[in-house]
Ligand binder design. Structure first.
Ligand code: PLP
Length: 401
């Protein structure tokens, strides 16, 4: 059944394991022996309720999510969370500090997605948006996002922010925080305000969720991810929310906070076990099958080692091509994403030749994001080491021509 499939290096929606899709096809016809397909069954049936609980526990056990945090499922993708994190955390801030004249929303800007999230916060109002750091300031040309900034350039100056926001992996620009605390490209947890044990720290993990462990997970207020990179189809958003962020948004509105749509209020989702309204049943099902498979393989520790091996091979091939003047790395060494590897092919018409050469060999979706161009090879969990070896071999043959 998987015959005819090509290697999909797309950035999202992206490749899913063929074995999972084959199993999902059976579930589409008959979910769990019910005789009803997964896209047809009630989200309140006992079979689906049990499946949803299993998905939650697969995430909790693989990421070691403590009991201080709930796991919630919603829709609207990362983009809806750009708004939801602001609205919920402003409501929380109003309840904790009813009389403040000004509320700070602190953004770490390392790429196109965190920039977009900050723009949404500005659009919503209700707080003062501060830029803790803008990675463009330290880039080669002062305009592009090509590295994770040095720790010394962050200024977390708000004494009591309503939100501190960062994006772990910038899917468009190909930069990612390092998981190694001793790396200069790690997230500067040690610089965060020290006066509160319940930091309003928010991480967008859309394109790196389940690709490796999450550093200092317990210190986060909210971690969120759209499913459509490492986990499943688009349509499902996964949230890890610390329980003090499940606030009564209507009580906050009485104190002057902006009203929060009920479908966006984390407390509504939690109080209703993520089925306040009809959830994305099919994406949850496929994501659950992917997560079962990942648990069997060794979880995020297994994927961390695998993803590092894959990315190392690709970055080495780019370096080799750079030495020959054929490829050009777009990201400074040490800041490169394990998930989205970006580079340019130098010379007139060379990029188109590279893309068509790869396509002829069954390697698709390597064109960079339309806003930045170039090549982007996405190496999410479902991309195997053999598939990575295939593109590396093609890059080497391209160099040899
Ligand atoms: N954040 C990151 C890091 C992303 O990669 C994306 C989409 O690719 C988004 C947010 C926006 O997500 P969505 O398209 O699910 O709204």
């Amino acid at each position: 059944m998987s015959d005819g499939r090509v290697i999909n290096f797309g950035a999202g929606p992206s490749a899913l394991p063929a074995s999972v899709l084959e199993e999902a096809a059976k579930g589409l016809l008959n979910f769990n022996g019910t005789g009803i397909g997964i896209a047809e069954i009630s989200h309140r049936s006992k079979e689906f309720t049990a499946f949803l609980a299993e998905v939650e526990s697969l995430i909790r056990s693989q990421l070691d999510v403590p009991e201080t945090h709930g796991i919630l499922f919603t829709q609207g993708g990362g983009s809806a969370q750009f708004s939801a994190v602001v609205l919920n955390l402003l409501a929380r801030h109003h309840l904790l500090n009813p009389d403040l004249p000004e509320r700070d929303l602190d953004y770490v800007i390392t790429g196109s997605w965190s920039k977009k999230a900050a723009e949404e916060a500005r659009r919503l109002g209700g707080g003062r948006v501060n830029v803790v750091v803008d990675a463009r300031a330290s880039s080669k040309d002062g305009r592009t996002f090509d590295s994770i900034p040095a720790h010394a350039s962050y200024s977390f100056t708000s004494p009591n922010p309503a939100l501190i926001y960062y994006c772990e992996n910038e899917t468009v620009d190909g930069v990612e925080f390092s998981n190694d605390a001793s790396s200069p490209a790690s997230f500067p947890f040690h610089l965060l305000p020290q006066n509160t044990p319940l930091l309003p720290l928010v991480g967008d993990y859309s394109s790196s969720f389940m690709s490796r462990p999450i550093p200092r997970l317990a210190d986060h207020a909210i971690i969120y991810a759209g499913a459509q990179k490492n986990i499943g189809p688009a349509g499902l958003t996964i949230l890890i929310v610390r329980k003090d962020c499940l606030v009564d948004v209507d009580a906050a509105a009485k104190l002057g906070a902006a009203p929060v749509p009920l479908t966006m209020a984390y407390k509504t989702l939690a109080d209703n076990s993520s089925v306040y309204n009809t959830p994305a049943v099919l994406p949850i099902y496929i994501s659950g099958l992917v997560l079962r498979r990942s648990a069997e393989q060794g979880g995020v520790q297994y994927y961390e080692a695998l993803n590092k091996r894959k990315a190392d091979k690709l970055y080495a091939a780019i370096k080799e091509g750079e030495a020959r003047g054929v490829f050009r790395a777009k990201v400074k060494e040490g800041s490169g994403s394990l998930m989205n590897v970006v580079f340019d092919v130098v010379g007139d018409g060379a990029e188109a030749k590279f893309i068509s050469g790869a396509e002829a060999l069954g390697m698709k979706a390597i064109k960079g994001h339309r806003s930045v161009g170039g090549i982007r090879v996405s190496l999410y969990n479902a991309v195997t080491e053999e598939q990575t070896d295939a593109i590396v071999a093609f890059m080497k043959s391209f160099l040899a021509q």
